[in-house]
Design a protein around this ligand. Structure first.
Ligand code: MLT
Length: 410
């Protein structure tokens, strides 16, 4: 008899974005005449920029020649891309990261999910709340949570760190000792940021407690303010305590192409039960070689082109386009009297739902009354209740139309 991984039985319903997609599909089927504007999942709409397309076309042609053909590539990513990442994302900001600390992958979602493989089951996990559901669900799947508590809407054995308007969306350090800490800044879903001083507190906590920070900076390209760190390694001491996740998805529109990377510094150590220090870089490399055969050569050539002069300019234009959308959403909502957060250093706008309504009730109202899809805050965790997320990744036309519908009470 085949036995299942019973940790899966602890998971709640379906994955947040699948639930939303199902609800929207049902609505569209019943209302085929309605034009539904989707500002729910953070999926991009701008096409891949010409510099990237040109590089990929060249790489495709190479694959059809005897000299240019490539089979399996290095599991950790081609040297040309790791080098471009080191130079452009780190050296340019005064950060020393070595090429063998970079692991190129097919997405930050997979990386955030897969990283749990290298950590013991009895580690205590802390997440901010609300949070990108992948951090939590993958720890539930791998047995690091207890049971779901129906009354409190939380998992036992997980430390939830509230981020709400009350604490200005800045999580407080855990009151108890934790081992794995998930931080995401600019934050998904709240769109808020932390400065270096605030991040420093976390690095010190992690050092004192021999904990690891799993730092998701998938949205760093949207930072507009000067004093906000793009990488956790901009803060002293971070290389000893943090793994960083980066993605080409939101930065360069690779949600369909798939390319991302993880930085696992060689200084970063984990411990055996006997307290021996083990390099996490070595463990992640071992895991990667065993379970992954690398991102396709063509896509990695495309990712490399993100860093050429032309690529950088073209991508900047797209980022500015989305930031302008965020501004339109923020101002549109404020015009209609909503209290709004984020959207300044982030493609996400986080709003307070009208008094007396739950996040899901607001979801239904927005869908049925205005034919707009967003993401209910409570889907990101109990402290997301009463909030709602809209993404700036839609087209300009749809973004403007969505705000007109809300402003004109269409
Ligand atoms: C989101 O909407 O939160 C993200 O697009 C989901 C993801 O990146 O997987």
């Amino acid at each position: 008899m085949i036995k299942i991984n019973e940790n899966f039985m602890n998971l709640q319903d379906s994955y947040l974005f699948s639930t939303i997609a199902k609800k929207v599909a049902e609505y569209t089927e019943k209302n085929p005449d309605k034009k539904v504007i989707k500002l729910g999942i953070g999926d991009v709409t701008r096409p891949i920029v010409p510099a990237v397309i040109r590089a990929m076309k060249k790489a495709v042609e190479e694959q059809g020649t005897q000299e240019g053909f490539r089979g399996y590539g290095p599991e950790q990513g081609y040297d040309f891309l790791r080098k471009a990442i080191v130079e452009n994302d780190y050296k340019s900001r005064g950060i020393e990261i070595e090429e063998d600390e970079i692991f190129v992958s097919d997405g930050a979602k997979c990386d955030c999910g897969n990283i749990v493989d290298i950590f013991a089951q009895d580690n205590k996990v802390a997440i901010t709340d609300p949070v990108y559901p992948v951090y939590l669900d993958t720890n539930v799947m791998s047995g690091r949570s207890g049971k779901w508590d129906e009354d409190k809407n939380i998992y036992e054995n997980i430390v939830y760190l509230p981020v709400t308007a009350q604490n200005d969306f800045k999580p407080e350090l855990p009151k108890e000792k934790v081992d794995m800490i998930y931080l995401c800044f600019p934050n998904n879903p709240t769109g808020t940021v932390l400065d270096k001083k605030e991040l420093k507190k976390w690095i010190e906590y992690a050092k004192e407690n021999k904990a690891v920070i799993l730092y998701d900076s998938a949205y760093e390209a949207f930072i507009t303010e000067e004093n906000i760190p793009h990488s956790i390694y901009e803060v002293e001491g971070a290389k000893e305590v943090a793994i960083e996740f980066r993605s080409f998805s939101k930065t360069a529109g690779f949600t369909g192409l798939r390319c991302a990377y993880v930085v696992v510094p060689k200084k970063l150590k984990g411990y055996t039960k006997k307290q021996e220090e083990i390099s996490l870089n070595k463990l992640w490399n071992r895991r990667t070689c065993t379970k992954f055969n690398g991102v396709s050569y063509v896509v990695q050539r495309g990712a490399e082109a993100v860093y050429c002069k032309e690529g950088k300019e073209q991508i900047k234009e797209n980022i500015n386009y989305y930031l302008e959308n965020a501004k339109i959403i923020k101002e549109g909502l404020e015009k209609s009297g909503y209290t709004v957060y984020g959207g300044k250093n982030s493609p996400y706008v986080w709003l307070k739902v009208p008094e007396g309504m739950t996040s899901w009730e607001f979801f239904d109202e927005l869908l049925e009354k205005y034919n707009i899809v967003g993401t209910p805050g409570s889907g990101f965790g109990p402290h997301g209740e009463g909030y709602f997320r809209l993404t700036a990744f839609g087209t300009r036309e749809n973004t403007i139309e969505a705000m007109e519908r809300i402003n004109n009470k269409y």
